[in-house]
Every structure is written in C-alpha cells, then in structure tokens.
Design a protein around this ligand. Structure first.
Ligand code: GLN
Length: 496
C-alpha cells in the first residue's frame, strides 16, 4: 500500500485496524518530503524528523490503548502563517525569518489535541499576499502538475496557500491547513487538483494566525476529498474566547453532510460570473457541473449578483487598508528583524525596507493611501459601502437558492514567470473567489476535470453563512460525479 496516497479517512481506518502504524505512515511522508521538497519547495520548514517520529510513536500508543483522537497519527502540513509553539513561523517573510512563537494558534492547538502530526510549515506568499506563491522570501513553490504539451515549464501552485496545496497534491502530506482572505485556499486547491474549503468568516478562530486582513482572514482545510475537509473542519472550528469575531455557534457534525442526497436543492448560477475572456474550457466544465447537479436531482436557477464587478476593486482597497494597519507592528522593536540605525525613525525605515518584499510594500502603500485623511471617504469608505452591496447580493440570491455554483478560477495554473510584473493581471485571478470573501460566506473548491494540457480545474460552491453542511453535500455530489482521480507528474506515490 502506498501510504502517501491515502485520504485522511482511509489513513485513519488503516490506523484503527492496525494495517499500518503511525510511524510507518509518517516515515513514508518524511521520505517523500526528502525526495520531492527540494524540487517543489512546498515546505519552508520541515519539522525535525526525530520529533515527528516521536509524536508518531505516541500516537501508536494511543491507538493501542483505544485512546486515539479524531486525527490521531495523521501527518499534515501547516501553512506557515499559523503560529506553532517552538516551531519557526515565518509568514514567508524575511521580517520573521527567525521568529519562533512562544504560543500555539487555536486551530493548530485543536489539531494537535486530536493527535494530528505536523510534518512542517508550508510555503506561501509573504503574509498571504498573492495568488501564486511567487512572493515568498523563501523562493516560489512549484506546482507538481506539468503541462502535457510543455512539461519543461514550471507552473505556479496558486496562492497564497501554494505550499499547502502542492504538498497535498504531491503526496508530501495527507492534508494541510490553509488560510483564505480572498481565495488563498480555493484557488491553490483548484490549481493543484485538491479540495479546499473556506469556512464562513468566524467559523474558525483567527487567534495565533498572523494577520493579513482581519475582516476577511479565515482558516480552512485543504484535502484530497470532501469527506476529509468535513472531518478536518470539525476539528479546526468552534468558539474561542481569544477571538471575538469567532462564532459561538456549536460545530455541526460536518461529516454527516457528506454523501447526503442533494435532491431538490436549488443551485444558483450567477450570470455575472460569465465574464469576458473566460476560457472556453472552464465554461464547458461549469456547464458540465450544472449537468452533474441536475442529474443528482438539483434544480438549477439563473441568479444575478449585480455588484460582482466591483468585488475585485473593493477587495483590493479593503485588504491593503487592513494589511497596512496589521503590518504596522513589524517595526524592528517588537517582532523579528531589526536593522540598527542611529535614530528610531531610521531604524523603522531600514527594518521595514529590508524585511518586506515588493508586494507587501505595495499593499502597505496602497492601504496607507486609501486610509489617509484626504482619501478615506473616496476610497476606503466607498469600498466598505460596496462591500455591503455585495453582501446584499448574496443575501438576495440565497432567498431563492441554497448554493451557488461557479468556476473557482478563470484559468488553470500558469507559468512561474507569468503575471509577476503585472500586479493587476495577478489580482484578476481572484475574480471568482473574492466576492464570497467580502460577503463572509463559506465556499468550497472541488477538483472537477482537466484542461487540454492536462492541468486540473476546480468548481466552486458558495453557500449561506454557517451552512457549510449544504456546501459539503453539494461538493460531495460533484466529487462523485466528476470522479477526479488524476495525479500530478511529480508525485510521491508514482508507480504504485
Ligand atoms: N490573492 C489574494 C490576495 O493577494 C488573496 C490572498 C489570500 O486569500 N490570502 O490578496
């Protein structure tokens, strides 16, 4: 059995049945990381092998005594934006290159409590700002998929959680955590042919996750199946007194929603998502998704989200505004890098110039500008008003439908050097993911097919606030119909 091929659910069954041990499961992943991480750069910081093996032995003991947690012995990757006690946490920034948090984020603490084993910290765009994991101070992550017509071209893994998506796709982790501010779980999941779930804003605690844009940031699972996403979300989610925006609602048994009949559910197709220039392949896959859901008994309804086209411009005002405020803390005094200088002002300037990459600096500048006295009303306040209109669009649509079905991204994974010198072109990638972020609704990306070049494409399901269950039910219906079993070119389980 190739242990790096399993879903979380299969691996857990194997551990319960003692078909293999947690040590064997972990060892297979450590070997895969050693072999493929130098090429993929999916992990910034792999955890020391001896630590992971020790944790695996402890998990084996718990299985032996029937005391295993819900994720016991399951090796996963953690996006390097979650603070992990005693394990370097960089946010892919030179600013935090040597930062070892003295505390554990709520989400990772919950995963640890259920016995999950952390293989390492995965690569991302610096401070989660980007769509390709090309903005990392530790070098880009390479997508394990290759174009059939040009296998020599290195493709992006999507972003910002590109290290997490590449690791799961290539067999370097059974699953991973991601964070999604404007698409950072869903788009890399689509680019790497895996499942990515952005829960409702407030479903998972943000405590201990390095902040990018606090009104949008949300943690979620990146997995090989919809059932795995449900399992992992159950562990990650729930009230937290340390984050006042975290919802006190009880966490449903999400796994029960997986495989549930979707007969009679109403699926909305937002006409505004048929944007100009959308690739015909993606359009065709979307149509295919509609057919699959019709066959599963859903009713398809054409809906309108009239403010969709203002989503990107308002997101790219609000997110930088919040980032400029959140990143003010990296001043060379309190955290991370310090560049000494004769005066305090110079120390700030030198430290921030040396610690932040180009994109982060660009966003801080934009954010500071849109929040400044003369421009606040014209940009920031206006964007907030537009955000309200976008939220209302969704509320209105959800009066008549249960979920929305859209493509996840307007293209498949692109080449490493595409879009790098054109930030606006890069931002356009987020066109389908940003509206649900602004509205705070849950959204799931499911791998649904390949394009002509053999690269994976995803479909997105957006649901009502705190109705991840319906999203998961529809997602598993799509997953079943699509039967996506393709594997990337660079794959730890190849040949088995
Ligand atoms: N690509 C978007 C951005 O650069 C989203 C990133 C994210 O969701 N963290 O802001």
């Amino acid at each position: 059995m190739t242990l790096t091929k399993l879903t979380l659910t299969e691996a857990r069954q194997g551990l319960v049945a003692r078909t293999f041990s947690a040590r064997e499961l972990v060892q297979a992943h450590l070997d895969a990381i050693e072999r493929l991480n130098p090429t993929l750069n999916a992990y910034i910081t792999p955890c020391p092998q001896s630590d992971v093996l020790k944790a695996a032995d402890a998990a084996d003991e718990r299985y032996k005594h029937q005391k295993a947690g819900r994720m016991d012995g399951l090796p996963i990757g953690i996006k390097d934006l979650f603070c992990t006690q005693g394990i370097r946490t960089t946010a892919a920034s030179a600013m935090l290159a040597d930062f070892i948090p003295p505390y554990e984020s709520t989400v990772t603490e919950r995963l640890l409590k259920e016995g999950a084993l952390f293989l390492g910290k995965t690569n991302l765009d610096e401070f989660a700002m980007g769509s390709a994991t090309t903005n990392s101070a530790f070098g880009p992550t390479i997508n394990p998929w290759k174009r059939a017509d040009a296998p020599e071209i290195a493709l992006v893994a999507g972003g910002s959680s590109g290290g997490s998506s590449a690791a799961v796709a290539a067999g370097l982790a059974l699953a991973s955590t991601g964070t999604d501010t404007g698409g950072s779980i869903r788009q890399p999941a689509a680019y790497c042919g895996i499942v990515g779930l952005k829960p409702t804003y407030g479903r998972c605690s943000r405590w201990g996750i390095i902040a990018y844009a606090s009104s949008l940031d949300q943690a979620g699972p990146m997995t090989r199946s919809v059932a795995d996403a449900a399992l992992m979300l159950e562990v990650m989610a729930g009230a937290d007194s340390r984050d006042s925006t975290c919802s006190p609602r009880p966490v449903p048994a999400f796994h029960q929603a997986v495989g549930k009949s979707v007969k009679g559910l109403r699926v909305g197709i937002p006409s505004e998502y048929r944007v100009d220039g959308l690739s015909p392949e993606i359009l065709a896959l979307w149509e295919q998704g509609i057919t699959w859901l019709k066959e599963a008994g859903c009713e398809i309804v054409e809906v309108s989200l009239p403010h969709t086209r203002y989503g990107l411009p308002s997101y790219y005002i609000i997110a930088p505004a919040e980032c400029s405020s959140n990143l003010a803390r990296y001043d060379g005094i309190r955290f991370g890098l310090r560049k000494d200088a004769p005066t305090l002002d110079e120390l700030y300037e030198k430290t921030r110039a040396a610690g932040f990459g180009t994109e982060v600096r660009r966003r801080i500048l934009i954010g500071t500008y849109v929040l400044s006295a003369g421009y606040y009303d014209a940009y920031y306040l206006k964007a907030q008003k537009v955000r309200t209109l976008i939220m209302r669009d969704f509320e209105h649509a959800f009066n008549t439908v249960d979920v929305l079905l859209t493509p996840t991204a307007p293209s498949a994974a692109f080449a490493q050097n595409d879009n790098v010198n054109d930030p606006v072109q890069m931002y356009l990638n987020d066109i389908f993911t940003v509206p649900a972020s602004l509205a705070g609704t849950p959204a799931l990306s499911v791998p649904a097919g390949l394009n002509k070049a053999g690269l994976p494409l995803g479909l997105q399901i957006i649901g009502r606030h705190f109705d991840e269950e319906t999203v998961l039910s529809i997602g598993s219906a799509l997953e079943k119909a699509a039967g996506f079993t393709h594997r990337p070119t660079l794959y730890a389980g190849a040949g088995a």
